[in-house]
Design a protein. Sequence first.
Lengths: 210, 463
Amino acid sequence: MVYDILYFNKHHTSYTIHHTPYTTHHTPHTPYIIHQDFKTMADKLFYFLSFLALLSAMMVVTAKNPIHSVLYLILTFFCLSGHYVLLNAQFVAVVNIIVYAGAIMVLFLFVIMFLNLKQDDEEAKTNLTKIAATIVGGTLGVILVAVFRKAQLGTYNPYSFNSQVGMVENLGEVLYNDYLLPFELASVLFLIAMVGAVMLAKREVGDRHF
Amino acid sequence: MLSIILLSIFGIVVLFLGFQKSKNILLPATLLCIAIAFAANFVHWNDAPGLYFKEMLFENRLTMSFSAIVLLSAFLVVALTRGFADDEAAQPAEYYAIILFSLVGAIMMIGFDNLIMLFLGVEILSVSMYVLTGSDKRNLRSNEAALKYFLMGAFATGIMLFGIALLYGATGSFNLTDIRGYVGTNSFSISTLLYVGLLLVLIGMLFKVSAAPFHFWTPDVYDGAPTVFTAFMSTIVKTAGFAAIYRLLSGSFEGIYNFWWFTLAAITILTLVVGNITAVYQQSFKRMMAYSSISHAGYLLLSLTAMTAQTPDAIVFYSLAYSLATVSAFGVLMAVAREKSVQSHENAEDFEAFNGLGKRNPLLAFVLTVSMLSLAGIPLTAGFWGKFFIFGTIVERGNLIWMLIVAILMSAVGIYYYFKVIIATYMKDGETGALRVPPFYRIVLIVSTTLTLLFGLIPKLLS
């Protein structure tokens, strides 16, 4: 069981980068070769999730109906949670579903339904803006693709790797020891956000009614 | 370090003070809080530089100086809010609490040693600014400015976060010291992720300090926000932002100076040219100050591009000079515009508002003149020495003299639009009748002007 997870993790780094030695030649002397069928399954799962994530992310941007857009965004979040599980980050995967796919997206849906957006309200962009945006976005895309193609990610030793690293227990220990100060100061951020939201949304005497 | 904890607690205390019937205690309480934080900031002044909270925060004399500048400008700006909350059913307790909390973010940005602290600090400061920009709820322009700032700022934060993720992917650590170690030991095989990560983080930070070409939000937001918070934004956010960029570049990426200096140089030149040339064409004083703040970001970037041993001192002095002059300029604008907006609502913040100010209130005219001279960099003011030290670092670097030439040309352009204000003050005839200024205002303006002149005469005072 432990071997499965180890192998699976070690191998996972090589999905995204096709220049690491692991994918280019599967060395037969590694002890993991017995898990060949598992590898292919994880491989397939990874490609399936990536394909679905990219497709639904594209649909978020291109969908005409805002509600469809939000539903595709939920699908994207589920795919990302799948990736987190593949990366051995189980806690993050669950939190991602509860917080993003659950709470925030439902909020989005409610807001969009309340606002009752009409399709012809869209502001028309000039062709110049569209061309400029395409060039700028495309440049960034080309740079990122080029970088990820060349990048060599660090590898790690599968024998000393702790497979429980993504569990709540380990996460909590790190959070409350090493990252105690940022953890506490994040509450300041949330307090500001809450105070600000109440302050801006509160109706005052003489305020106009919408 | 101590001031972060104190300010977090004080913010909550001020929130609870808002429950009281009388709102008069809020301003003195807030000023007292900032003063205590200012004093607590210097507790470790004589200690050796150190890392605190499991290498989350770094503290040395430089970070303490930056924090001191931020707290001093916050004190002056908060003192100018007197009377701001009286005239409407506003919630001053919330304003003051958010201001105190935002200072926590600013100090986190100044002394971060972990990229998570940088991100949290930037977010705390930005979210407070979004709220304060939109605090004038019944003003449509304030609403628009807040929404614009929020959307663009959130996008910039996203880009910065992506950059931090890439830096982590390349080095395996969020820690500045570890990243420095990675850059130092792998100088021939640095992962390409690191370069892109650094650029994306820089883009996010440069957006926050409004360097061109990420400056498009600045004029609208500075113009739409209530003037007090414009003053707050243009002093504290800028100082903290530059402290953070300096800390990032000097703390981790000095080893790859050859990689980033040209990017930064190009952005610097663009910022200087765009800021100064566009400022010439502005009719509104507030918009002119917005473009002038862009140009001052350019001068500060100039020193970061040089990145010599003198750079930190130059940035500290320049930030101080710029903050003092900006606070007094906006203070005068608020005094004049308030008087004016009682009579008519239109164009209360144009240059014409200052017409004849020299006769109506000589003190205000003098304060405005000194602050404009300081921003333009005329001798005998702090701004002159600020520019002098900044240009000194460029000379020290040696091969960047062409940037110095551009910067000097652009400060000549700057003199033109700053003098437009002085000319309106003394040469043009406007309304007559003395302009009354509350005594509290007068004290703040006199203090900031005195400091400007003092540092102009004796620049060694700060070292």
